[in-house]
Design a protein around this ligand. Structure first.
Ligand SMILES: Cc1cc2nc3c(=O)[nH]c(=O)nc-3n(C[C@H](O)[C@H](O)[C@H](O)COP(=O)(O)O)c2cc1C
Length: 349
């Protein structure tokens, strides 16, 4: 089983990724929040910091590009190659109106012919392997068949499917049958000589918020071998660590060995251990942000955003979260966080 950390813009930058990897070394890969090609200019400072090789040592990272012009995509891919990357991910999922209005992200799915022409160009000229993270359409899940026709023509490193259409944003039920369809279609994508024998690995992404959600998913879709987690990791940063420790499948066991987790599955279900690991992680994050951000306000902004997710893992956390949200100084923040850790039991999800 492969476990991927989803790109989360504004959250999973290099500071977060490095701290997460140090505290919960369990992910096969982290995807960066998207980078956009710009005319003339290369990267913004934020983008540069995020992808620079020195900020991503000993951690498997796939940078993501948001683009609809092949030239810009390939130029950025070339710059990423210089930093030592081997793969780049194309964003066909972002539902934000500012992005989709420019026919990028999930907005690009509205014009399958243009998307096909773009893919032809980038697969011909990109210096890096290309994976794709996609939604299943704009308005209607039926649009996915046409998109799969297109995807099946290209040597895509991996197709990550978030089975919602653009207009659903992140709400409502996921269309899991579309994920099944992608697996059926792309593992049998042997339509002509060029594609004979080629299969495109498919990764599932969407609404796996807890260990029990994931276990239920795997009972229903036992052929799954690659899962991507986004918000679930913000709620429980040890989620994949716990899945690996509990896993009885051989790949999981090997991964557990690599991570020196043998016989530790019980430790990972121990509530006190879970709380102290999350406390260490959040302590480290606050310090690491303080080392690069310009003042307490910015650090507080980052940490408050994280707590809006993390708070969901603790029973009865609302009044403590209110204090965290109201904190104007790091000292106030720290005492509110300490009170939450002391008083709120962790959920067994
Ligand atoms: C705050 C936030 C930022 C996101 N930023 C990105 C992004 O930069 N690139 C991308 O492909 N998806 C982005 N996504 C989508 C996630 O990667 C993921 O597909 C989505 O959250 C569904 O997975 P989940 O249910 O496991 O959270 C973002 C989602 C959220 C909530």
């Amino acid at each position: 089983m492969q476990y991927e950390f989803a790109p989360l813009e504004g959250i999973t930058g290099y500071i977060y990724r490095n701290a997460h990897h140090a505290c919960f070394p369990s992910m096969d890969r982290y995807y960066t929040p998207f980078i956009t090609p710009k005319k003339g200019k290369s990267f913004t400072t934020r983008e540069w910091n995020d992808i620079a090789a020195e900020h991503n040592q000993n951690i498997a990272v796939v940078p993501q590009i948001l683009a609809n012009q092949a030239e810009g995509f390939c130029k950025v891919a070339g710059m990423l190659k210089e930093q030592g990357y081997e793969e780049v991910n194309l964003n066909l999922g972002c539902p934000s109106a500012t992005v989709t209005a420019k026919k990028k992200g999930a907005g690009f799915l509205a014009d399958p012919d243009a998307l096909d022409a773009f893919l032809e160009e980038i697969f011909a000229h990109s210096p890096l392997k290309i994976s794709i993270k996609t939604r299943i359409g704009v308005e209607n899940p039926d649009e996915f068949e046409r998109l799969l026709d297109i995807f099946s023509q290209y040597p895509i490193q991996k197709l990550i499917v978030h089975p919602r259409v653009l207009k659903e944003f992140y709400k409502g039920n996921v269309h899991r049958e579309a994920y099944v369809r992608a697996k059926e279609r792309l593992s049998a994508a042997a339509a002509d000589e060029e594609t004979v024998g080629r299969t495109i690995p498919v990764c599932y992404n969407g609404d796996l918020f807890s260990v029990s959600d994931t276990e239920r998913f795997l009972v229903e879709y036992p052929d799954s071998d690659d899962l991507m987690f986004g918000r679930g990791m913000l709620i429980d940063p040890a989620l994949v660590m716990r899945l690996r420790a509990k896993s009885a499948d051989p790949a999981g066991k090997n991964a557990a060995k690599e991570l020196r987790l043998e016989n530790k599955s019980t430790v990972w279900e121990d509530a006190a251990k879970r709380v102290s690991d999350i406390r260490d992680f959040y302590g480290r994050l606050a310090e690491d942000y303080a080392a690069v951000l310009s003042g307490e306000r910015d650090v507080l902004f980052k940490m408050k955003e994280l707590w809006s997710w993390q708070g969901q893992l603790f029973e009865g956390s609302e009044k403590y979260l209110k204090k965290i949200r109201k904190a104007q100084k790091l000292t106030e923040y720290k005492s509110a966080v300490a009170a939450l850790f002391a008083d709120c039991p962790i959920k067994d999800a």
